[in-house]
Design a protein around this ligand. Structure first.
Ligand SMILES: N[C@@H](CCC(=O)N[C@@H](CS)C(=O)NCC(=O)O)C(=O)O
Length: 207
């Protein structure tokens, strides 16, 4: 099987890169230069018409949307896993729901804070940023509470949810959102960044 992952340094595709590393999957990594607008070029849109990263091709067939990609990659896993194993359909759907919460609620709020011009044609973006901050305080308060007595989101076992959550709050941090009131997120950040896959992902992104 041939896997190609289109990614951009610092983007949410870092979560997908981490999934490849944690699962030990053979993958070709292709950088997309978001800053110069490569994602909007006809050449890239022939690969991914949505003009976003991450995008994965599997033997030439396109798969987009981070949660869908992560669920698919997990299905390829033999030994290590991206999320806990379960035979219970409801429990499995709850894991998927957690990933989708990050991609469809938390990530857009991060974007409100970091890239407000996505959401308004006005040059005054203060209102968009304020709305994003309000939502992120709500989401990160929930996440902080959840992690107060837990090493990882699902207890003692790391999951790709941890990496995705880490991407959301560190992206917000880089965009100027302070994390000081979320101590459990800050210690989660330390644990996450101590994982070997974090350093490997950084090497891949810096190539
Ligand atoms: N719904 C997509 C969102 C992906 C997304 O927003 N990717 C951003 C990078 S973090 C992107 O490609 N931005 C480029 C653009 O919008 O032009 C997913 O979950 O995979």
């Amino acid at each position: 099987m041939s896997l190609v992952l289109y990614y951009a340094p610092g983007a949410c595709s870092g979560v997908t890169i981490t999934a490849m590393i944690e699962l030990g999957l053979e993958c070709e990594f292709k950088k997309v230069d978001l800053a110069s607008g490569e994602q909007k070029t006809p050449a890239y849109q022939q690969i991914n018409p949505y003009g976003k990263v991450p995008a994965v091709t599997v033997d030439g067939q396109l798969l987009t949307e981070n949660p869908a990609i992560l669920i698919y990659l997990n299905s390829l896993a033999t030994s290590s896993k991206l999320m806990p194993d379960t035979d219970c359909a409801l429990q499995r759907s709850q894991y998927y729901s957690d990933l989708m919460w990050l991609s469809s609620s938390v990530h857009p709020s991060v974007r409100h804070v970091c890239m407000p011009s996505y959401y308004t044609q006005s040059s005054d973006t203060d209102d968009v940023v304020a709305k994003g901050i309000k939502q992120l305080i709500l989401y990160f308060t929930m996440a902080n509470q959840h992690l107060q007595n837990s090493t990882w989101w699902y207890g003692e076992q790391w999951s790709i949810f941890d990496t995705y959550l880490h991407w959301c709050y560190t992206r917000a941090l880089r965009g100027g959102f302070a994390l000081d009131s979320f101590p459990a997120l800050l210690s989660h950040q330390q644990r996450l960044e101590a994982r070997p896959s974090f350093a490997i992902r950084q090497q891949i992104e810096q190539r």
